[in-house]
Ligand binder design. Structure first.
Ligand SMILES: Cc1cc2nc3c(=O)[nH]c(=O)nc-3n(C[C@H](O)[C@H](O)[C@H](O)COP(=O)(O)OP(=O)(O)OC[C@H]3O[C@@H](n4cnc5c(N)ncnc54)[C@H](O)[C@@H]3O)c2cc1C
Length: 455
């Protein structure tokens, strides 16, 4: 059977658009694949794998193109673009939806499921591709209470390094199923379909928003850290430093989103937010108001403008409020551009994880999304980000793959034993190193916190 998709060789017309046209971050890298292949279907994917082997090229995969550091762009590799793989099929009997990897979790899958009264707790930004998102774990809606999106992956279809098409789940090819839930770009295969357990769509999505002046940051973050473990597990709880719509300047926003079925449940679940010690200083206070995922997704798109220049980093934080909060204040109060935002994301109380590659988390997830437009600001913005993340090292457990760029900073992202098991699976499944794996300056430094090496 012949290859049905498009192929671009370096230097040919259309190559540059094929290289960066689907990269979200406007700060796209120079790295140039040798060949770019747009697969039309699963058989094309298998053929592309065989082509890479035959030509002695390593293979990089792109689904939604949203990895911050453009992991799919690798010098001299074959880039396999999956954007044409877009199928979705919901099975009412099981509540499982089968989705192709380039489907956008919010923009495409969510409305499809909402029309059926269902949802999948996919990524916050609607345009993120499910492929990269799910493979690295997937911090979706209410990750705090519902768990990682990868926990709802019940099966996969994979093209292996040999170009063979297999099904992986808890019983068949269980090593691939284990790795696919957290390995991210270290996954030794190409996923052509995910099977996802959906859940009922909350009937009364309810939100509380408080907007505080920035000088309340320390007080509010300390209070949040004291109370967040007691908040109802149906509430997604975040604190953000940003310029809110309608406000001329940066502020601290506390947002609780209750995934409930009635306004009364929403009011009750969100009530702990009204114990904030800074309520009297709030610039805006919306309490237990109805909202919908469409509005929430619109706000995500506003916060993450496509084509802007981004540098992003993150940390799993640990320690008491008096150790953590003072190290966060500058990151919340001194962002270098108006579009830059800081995210404090509650994961408390920590849920135990199933046995899967993703294995590192803590009660507080913190990420900085540095956003700017002018390349002349690259050094200033990236320098600010590095400085803020460095300040957090004494209270940092590790990183989440999804918001990481290992060419800039590489920390622990998996437990030791999971990392060792993943390496064994990769060595067995991909002995020739066909898949490009993690983008890093130094493979040997992967999954280590540099400051612990010198301790
Ligand atoms: C605006 C924005 C908002 C975000 N919000 C969230 C969020 O709320 N929660 C969260 O967890 N993350 C979030 N992220 C991070 C995002 O989930 C990751 O960057 C993810 O890798 C993007 O997946 P993708 O398929 O779009 O990216 P791609 O760059 O296409 O894929 C990333 C890598 O994943 C691997 N990969 C992807 N698909 C496959 C496949 N089918 N088979 C094998 N390997 C594959 C490849 O190694 C590929 O290079 C956000 C990113 C952006 C840009």
């Amino acid at each position: 059977m012949s290859f049905k998709g498009r192929v671009y060789r370096k230097g040919e017309p259309g190559y540059e658009e094929a290289r960066v046209g689907r990269i979200f971050n406007g700060r796209s890298p120079e790295r140039s694949p040798e060949l770019i292949v747009f697969a039309e279907d699963e058989e094309d994917v298998a053929q592309a794998v065989r082509l890479a082997r035959a030509q002695g090229l390593r293979l990089a995969v792109r689904a939604g193109g949203h990895s911050w550091a453009a992991w799919s762009l690798r010098e001299g590799a074959l880039l396999l673009d999956l954007s044409r793989l877009q199928g979705m099929a919901y099975d009412e009997a099981t509540g499982v939806v089968a989705v192709a990897p380039a489907v956008q979790g919010g923009a495409t899958l969510a409305p499809y499921l909402e029309a059926r009264g269902r949802m999948f707790h996919g990524g916050h930004c609607p345009t993120v591709g499910l492929g990269g998102f799910l493979l690295q774990g997937g911090m979706g809606w209410n990750c705090r209470g519902w768990g990682w999106a990868a926990e709802a992956v019940v099966g996969l279809e994979v093209v292996t390094a040999e170009g063979e098409r297999v099904r992986a789940n808890a019983k068949e090819h269980a090593d691939l199923y284990w790795a696919a839930r957290g390995a991210g770009p270290g996954f030794p295969g190409v996923v052509t379909r995910f099977y996802l357990q959906t859940r009922p769509l909350p009937r009364a999505l309810t939100q509380t928003t408080h907007v505080y002046p920035l000088d309340c940051t320390a007080e509010v973050l300390a209070w949040l850290q004291e109370v967040h473990a007691q908040v109802d597990p149906r509430v997604e709880l975040v604190a953000l430093s940003l310029v809110p719509p309608g406000f001329g300047e940066r502020a601290l926003v506390v947002h609780g989103l209750a995934m409930v079925d009635s306004p009364a449940e929403g009011r009750e679940a969100l009530a702990p937010l009204e114990t904030s010690p800074a309520l009297g200083k709030a610039l805006l206070r919306q309490v237990a108001e109805p909202t919908c995922f469409e509005d929430e997704r619109r706000e995500q798109l506003r916060q993450n403008p496509e084509g802007a220049r981004y540098a992003v980093d993150n940390a799993w934080l640990q320690g008491p409020p008096e150790a953590v909060v003072p190290r966060l204040v500058e990151a919340f109060t001194t962002p270098p551009t108006p579009e830059t935002f800081a995210l404090w994301f509650s994961m408390a109380p920590l849920r135990p994880l199933p046995d899967m590659a993703l294995s590192l988390q803590s009660e507080i997830y913190f990420a900085l999304y540095t956003i700017w437009r002018d390349p002349a600001d690259d050094a200033r913005c990236r320098g600010w980000l590095a400085q803020q993340m460095r300040r957090l090292e004494p209270v940092t457990l590790g990183q989440y793959l999804g918001d990481s760029d290992f060419t800039t900073r590489s920390l622990r992202f998996m437990r030791e034993e999971n990392w060792a098991r993943l390496q064994a699976i990769r060595a067995q499944r991909d002995p020739l190193g066909l898949f490009v794996g993690y983008l890093t300056n130094d493979e040997r430094r992967l999954n280590r916190n540099p400051w612990e090496d010198h301790a």
